[in-house]
Ligand binder design. Structure first.
Ligand code: GCB
Length: 592
């Protein structure tokens, strides 16, 4: 799905701003047809994009399990009549139904990917219009992430008391998290563009494939360099462009060409779309991850889309700050743990040469208790799989053209030791490879190489590790022995390169204790030092992603002190001691 961009033939209207909002804890809105004539009071003001959870002082809104309603009015210019007008949501977490002027235009399941609808038939051109969205945040075994709704039928809870159970720690933020846009384009339009790039000697090769929607048109493309000079051109809906002496996209240097696509019908230019293109290759060879044929070592973080007040809501200021901090600390990569991030974030990674492991929102598929099985018909079964495959298709359709994305992660910490895990993940891995034969595929697993049943399906072993944090509390001296055993075990079993996709310890900023104790800044630093000593000895380790970039909000529970404190930056993006330690380690290496 193409990102909405302006051009000579396309206009955008951003519907971000303050919308009208109402909770619907009883689920009365659908039957009451709240979409028909405007939301009735009591409504409150709600910013879009943002999570709604932390905007008010009302805990029942923060912790709501169910549906909320958003609505706003907007004008559509008379001049847009006769054009294709699309309403596009960057995401709605987790499920949405959308009406325009009371007519249902689209439904979507899944909280982290865009969806859109041609709304021309529902609009009043040259007039006032209303968009209404019902957003539901409930997670069950058929959704991604997975979860369970529990109704507590016992004397200790009021009748019908419901809670959302989730088997992951991050707060289940919800709402309209990403920009909402109206796009006017020609009726015969450029529907999709796919590029695949290759390197031959000093030349870059760009294969493209263009789909035209709404009619017939001839396709002409030009490839422009970063200064706007044409370096290659072709005609036809799919072909190959050769760039002599190409400027490659590489880590630390996000050189981008622009593929300018024109759809021409009867001699007239109908539509123009410009796609940034980075020429690069990725490949796993033996124990190495190669970008442009050169070994790449991942230095960086697992992150979250998370900040105070706006929760998971997209915010240019936070995103820019995060990329500046990545650069400051010497990181070259991150993983979009545990769901696809806003596409604007991938665009910035493209521009800045930051490498991304893009993850599907398949998290929570684990009870962390071997007595309870997840992969079964009543839990993660065929309905979940069907949705998982849909989400892989949507994610790859959105992100296939980003040079920063070098690998797909299909899940985080599923119960990989269960009998059903292999049968479940086989088709998921196969679908990812079918959709994108150019990128390696992985699943992030927990320690326990002995019983893992899915490692053979993937190209890289990505493993999360918390020695001396979730076990052997305080015994930092055990990390060396335990981690070495674990990593060697994975390598002996699968003979694949390993990225440690999570390792980290909570620290409360400003809490000091020497000798180190858990939750102090000193403990977090010493924990990282111990891990690094092991990584530096094992040459099949090809990456270190600290958990986490910044402190982030979690569900409530006795293991968390107003959120997960494993950030090396605070939630306000100030460095803890660990950030300085990493900066020293990472900026002293110039291997890319
Ligand atoms: C993990 C999860 C991550 C948690 C982290 C932790 O293994 O993948 O989502 O936040 O551990 O801090 O417990």
């Amino acid at each position: 799905m193409l990102y909405p961009r302006e051009s000579e033939t396309r206009e955008l209207k951003d519907l971000s701003g303050v919308w009208s909002f109402r909770t619907d804890p009883e689920g009365a809105g659908m039957d009451g047809r709240w979409y028909e004539s405007g939301l009735e009071p009591p409504t409150i003001e709600m910013p879009v994009p943002s999570s709604y959870n932390d905007i008010t002082q009302d805990a029942s809104i923060r912790d709501l399990v169910g549906t909320v309603w958003y609505e706003r009015e907007f004008f559509v210019p008379r001049t847009w009549s006769g054009r294709r007008v699309v309403l596009r949501f960057g995401s709605a977490t987790h499920h949405a139904v959308v009406w325009v002027n009371g007519l249902e235009v689209v439904r979507h399941r899944g909280g982290f990917l865009p969806f859109e609808a041609d709304v021309g038939d529902a609009l009043s051109f040259g007039g006032r219009n209303r968009v209404t969205v019902a957003v539901n945040n409930e997670l069950d075994w058929t959704t991604l992430p997975t979860g369970e709704i529990r109704t507590h039928n016992d004397p200790m809870h009021p009748p019908g008391f419901r809670t959302q159970e989730i088997h992951f720690d991050f707060f289940n933020y919800a709402g309209l998290h990403r920009p909402v846009k109206l796009i006017a384009m020609p009726e015969t339009f450029i529907e999709d563009v796919t590029v695949l790039t290759d390197i031959e000697g000093d030349d870059g090769v760009v294969r493209y494939d263009v789909t035209i929607g709404g009619g017939e048109a001839d396709v002409h493309v030009r490839l422009l360099d970063a200064d706007g000079y044409e370096v290659a051109s072709a005609s036809g809906s799919d072909d190959q462009l050769r760039v002599e002496d190409a400027n490659l996209w590489r880590p630390g240097r996000g050189y981008l060409y622009t593929l300018e696509v024109r759809a021409v019908a009867n001699g007239d230019v109908e539509d123009i779309y410009r796609l940034p293109v980075g020429i690069r290759t990725v490949e796993v060879e033996g124990n190495r991850f190669l970008i442009n044929g050169k070994p790449f070592y991942f230095r960086g973080f697992g992150k979250h889309e998370d900040a105070d007040i706006r929760g998971r809501g997209y915010d240019d200021a936070i995103v820019c700050k995060d990329f500046n901090l990545l650069e400051w600390i010497g990181a070259n990569s991150f993983r979009t743990s545990h769901y696809p991030y806003a596409e604007e974030i991938l665009q910035m990674a493209d521009r800045r040469g930051v490498v991304v492991i893009a993850e599907a929102p398949a998290v929570g598929m684990n009870f962390f208790d071997p007595r309870s099985k997840v992969f079964s018909d009543e839990r993660v079964g065929s309905a979940t799989l069907e949705h998982h495959l849909d989400v892989m298709r949507e994610m790859i359709a959105r992100d296939k053209n980003h040079p920063s994305v070098v690998m797909w992660s299909v899940a985080n910490e599923p119960a990989a030791t269960e009998d059903g895990a292999e049968k479940y993940f086989e088709p998921v891995a196969a679908e990812a490879r079918r959709l994108d034969p150019t990128r390696p595929v992985t699943a992030v697993v927990m320690p326990g190489f002995g019983d893992c049943r899915i490692g053979q399906l993937f190209d890289v072993v990505c493993v999360n590790s918390y020695c001396s944090w979730y076990s052997d509390y305080g015994h930092l001296e055990l990390i060396d022995m335990q981690l070495t055993h674990e990593l060697r075990g994975w390598h002996d079993k699968y003979n694949k390169p390993i990225i440690v996709t999570e390792y980290g310890a909570d620290s409360v900023a400003g809490l000091h204790q020497d000798p180190p104790m858990m939750f102090s800044e000193e403990y977090q630093c010493e924990f990282l030092r111990q891990y690094h000593a092991v990584f530096d000895r094992l040459d099949f380790v090809i990456g270190e992603h600290v958990w986490n970039f910044a402190d982030f909000m979690t569900k409530q529970g006795v293991k968390r002190v107003v959120g997960n404190r494993k950030g090396v930056f605070t939630r306000g993006r100030q460095p803890k001691s660990a950030a300085h330690l990493l900066r020293q380690r990472w900026t002293s290496r110039s291997d890319d």
